[in-house]
Design a protein around this ligand. Structure first.
Ligand SMILES: Cc1c2[nH]c(c1CCC(=O)O)Cc1[nH]c(c(CCC(=O)O)c1C)Cc1[nH]c(c(CCC(=O)O)c1C)Cc1[nH]c(c(CCC(=O)O)c1C)C2
Length: 362
C-alpha cells in the first residue's frame, strides 16, 4: 500500500464504527454528477466511460463537490457497470437513456461467452489508479469511499440490457434457470470480492455495495438470490484484508427497497446499513442497535426540490430521528440531475448544525 497523508477528518469512519463524534458526518450518493455544471463541462468533452477510465478525469470529478461544500467523505467516480465490462460485455452510456448493453445475456448459454475469471488488476487497473491519485490529491481532507454493484443488481443489467422498471428478463432467469442464475451470481461475487479488496489496497478507506434493485425481488427471492452473495462479499472482503494485515475499513450495504431484510442485513458482516427514504428509521434503529450496526441515510432526494427552510427543518428532524451515535447522514438514493447544488449544500450544513446542537447540549 502507498503512504498517504493521515486523515484530518475521520468523522465518517468513527460514525461507521459507532464511535463518538463531534458532529454527524454527511455525504450524498451521486454527489459527483450532472447536477454540477463543472461536471457537465467535463462530460461535454469526454464520453462517460472515458472519464471513468482516465484517472486524472475521474479524480477531478470526484473532488468537484468537495470544493463546493463541507462533505465528510468523497466517493470515487466510476460506475457499477465496469464489472460487466471486465467480464467482456460492451456497455454504452446513452445520453438521456442511461446504460445500454448492445448484446445482453439472452439466455444461460451466453454465460459461456463471458470472461469468467478476469484479471481484475489488468481489466480494472484504471479504477485503482484513480483511487491512488485521488487519495494523493485529497491529502487526508476526508476519507475516500470505493464501491461496487452487488451481484443481483449487476445481473439485472446484464440480462435486461439496461435500465428497467421490472427487470422481468433477469427475474425470469431466477425462476426458469435458478442454477445458471446462481452460477452467474457466484462468478460476480468472486470478481466483486477481488475488486473491492484491491480498491482498499489502492487506497479506498471505506466500501459501499449497491444492491440498487433489491426492492423488486421480495423477501423469499432476496433470501435466495441476493442475501447470501451480499453476506459472502462482506465476510470475504474482511477476511482477505485482515489476512493482508490491512487495517479494517467500514463496509456499507445499500439494499434499496429491502424493507423486509433489515434484520437479515444486520446479521451480516457489514458495519453500516444504508436506508432509502421509504424505510422506517425507528424500526431500523431498534434492529441495528442490537447488532451494534451504524445506519446511513435517508432524506428523500426529492426533498431537495423544496425551499431551503423546508430542507433545513426536514434535515433537523432526520438527524433527531437517527440520533447522533452511529449515523452517517445521506440521501435515501442518489442526487437527481436537475437538483440545485445550493440545496444539497443546505442539507450538508443543516446536518452539521443540527447534530452539533444536540451533541453540545447533551
Ligand atoms: C454520474 C453518473 C454515474 N453513473 C451514471 C451517471 C450519469 C451519466 C452521465 O454523466 O452521462 C450513469 C448510470 N449508471 C447507472 C445508472 C442508473 C440506471 C438506472 O436507473 O437503471 C446511470 C444513469 C447504473 C448505476 N451506477 C451506480 C448505481 C448504483 C447507485 C444507484 O442506485 O443509483 C447504478 C444502478 C453507481 C454510481 N454511478 C456513478 C457513481 C459515481 C460516484 C458518486 O456517487 O458520486 C456511482 C456510485 C456515476
Amino acid at each position: 500500500m502507498c503512504d498517504f497523508a493521515p486523515l484530518k477528518n475521520d468523522l465518517f469512519i468513527r460514525a461507521a464504527f459507532c464511535e463518538k463524534v463531534e458532529r454527524t458526518p454527511v455525504w450524498a450518493m451521486r454527489q459527483a454528477g450532472r447536477y454540477l455544471k463543472e461536471f457537465q463541462e467535463v462530460r461535454a468533452k469526454h464520453d462517460f466511460f472515458t472519464v471513468c477510465r482516465t484517472p486524472e478525469l475521474a479524480c477531478e470529478v470526484t473532488l468537484q463537490p468537495l470544493r463546493r461544500m463541507e462533505l465528510d467523505a468523497a466517493i470515487i467516480f466510476s460506475d457499477i457497470l465496469v464489472i460487466p465490462q471486465a467480464l467482456g460485455m460492451e456497455v454504452q452510456m446513452v445520453p438521456g437513456k442511461g446504460p445500454v448493453f448492445p448484446k445482453p445475456l439472452a439466455n444461460p448459454e451466453d454465460l459461456k461467452t463471458l470472461n469468467q475469471t478476469p484479471d481484475v488488476d489488468k481489466e480494472l487497473g484504471y479504477v485503482f489508479d484513480a483511487i491512488k491519485l485521488t487519495r494523493q490529491k485529497l491529502d487526508g481532507k476526508v476519507p475516500l469511499i470505493g464501491f461496487s454493484g452487488a451481484p443481483w443488481t449487476l445481473m439485472a443489467y446484464m440480462v435486461d440490457g439496461g435500465s428497467s422498471a421490472t427487470f422481468s428478463k433477469a427475474r425470469s432467469w431466477l425462476f426458469r434457470s435458478p442454477n445458471e442464475s446462481k452460477a452467474l451470481l457466484d462468478m460476480l461475487t468472486d470478481t466483486t470480492i477481488k475488486y473491492l479488496v484491491n480498491q482498499v489496497r489502492a487506497g479506498a478507506q471505506a466500501l459501499q455495495v449497491f444492491e440498487s434493485h433489491a426492492g423488486i425481488l421480495g423477501s423469499s427471492t432476496f433470501a435466495k438470490f441476493s442475501l447470501p452473495y451480499l453476506a459472502k462479499i462482506a465476510t470475504q472482503v474482511k477476511k482477505q484484508l485482515s489476512d493482508l494485515g490491512i487495517q479494517r475499513v467500514p463496509l456499507i450495504i445499500f439494499a434499496k427497497g429491502a424493507h423486509y431484510a433489515i434484520e437479515e442485513l444486520s446479521a451480516t458482516d457489514y458495519d453500516v446499513i444504508s436506508l432509502d427514504w421509504t424505510m422506517d428509521v425507528k424500526r431500523a434503529r431498534e434492529i441495528c442497535a442490537k447488532k451494534s450496526k451504524a445506519l446511513q441515510g435517508n432524506l428523500d432526494p426529492a426533498m431537495l426540490y423544496a425551499g431551503v427552510d423546508e430542507i433545513c427543518s426536514a434535515t433537523k428532524k432526520m438527524v433527531e430521528d437517527f440520533g447522533v451515535t452511529g449515523h452517517i447522514a445521506n440521501l435515501g438514493h442518489g442526487m437527481y440531475p436537475d437538483l440545485d447544488p445550493e440545496h444539497l449544500k443546505a442539507f450538508v450544513n443543516s446536518v452539521h448544525s443540527a447534530s452539533e446542537e444536540i451533541i453540545n447540549s447533551a
